[in-house]
Design a protein around this ligand. Sequence first.
Ligand code: ATP
Length: 235
Amino acid sequence: MLDVVQVSKWYGGLQAIADASLTVAEGAIVGLIGPNGAGKTTLFGVISGFVPPSGGEVRFAGTAVTAEPPHLRARRGIARTFQIVQPFAGLSVHENIAVGAYLRHAHRADAMGHAARVAERVGLGPMLDQPAAALTVAGRKRLELARALATEPRLLLLDEVLAGLNPSEIRDILPVLRSIREGGVTILMIEHVMQAVMALCEDVYVLAQGRMIAHGPPREVCEDPAVIEAYLGHG
Ligand code: ATP
């Protein structure tokens, strides 16, 4: 479904990504982990079209999309969440989710109907009419998820959707992520909560200082000396 082929990204003299490649098969949940500043969010920007790469290629469902702007990639079925959740504070939960739904539903009634169904899927059904600003941190994370899901993606890029949640909130949201995948959506997730990566992902890529240093099943990757060294700061 997704092939990132030898992507690199320079910010002036800083190389944020160096020849990084990854593949996500249709129907998989794949993790992308790595220490702070490794280039994970930049790579999401390259995949979703917000960040132009300095080299390499992004292929989605067999088509090179490297030169396409974000809205065309969204139309093809790539959606992402952002690390810093910024809902439209003056709008209701329902209206916030509808913003995503307008991608495929031109009429307000259709978009609102679809948004309500998505809200149910992520557990925000009872909060539909509340202002987004009234949501807790966990509620905002679900809203971010819902806004991306409302675009009816084939590939969902989750940027630290569990960050800032307590263990019971994480436990509650894991089944939501599983059900999204069971609903046919392929997921690539940046995540620091290793327990969640272990529970959800069959395959993990490790980025450190812009380079892909390991790839494989989560348990194997965590025991890889190069990964341990990268996390300890000697990488
Ligand atoms: P974190 O886990 O802390 O979010 P990350 O793995 O997502 O980190 P990125 O945010 O992609 O890493 O950053 C990779 C490197 O690129 C960092 O050194 C960062 O300072 C730099 N960087 C990111 N965005 C920009 C930008 N717009 N301009 C210049 N440098 C940037």
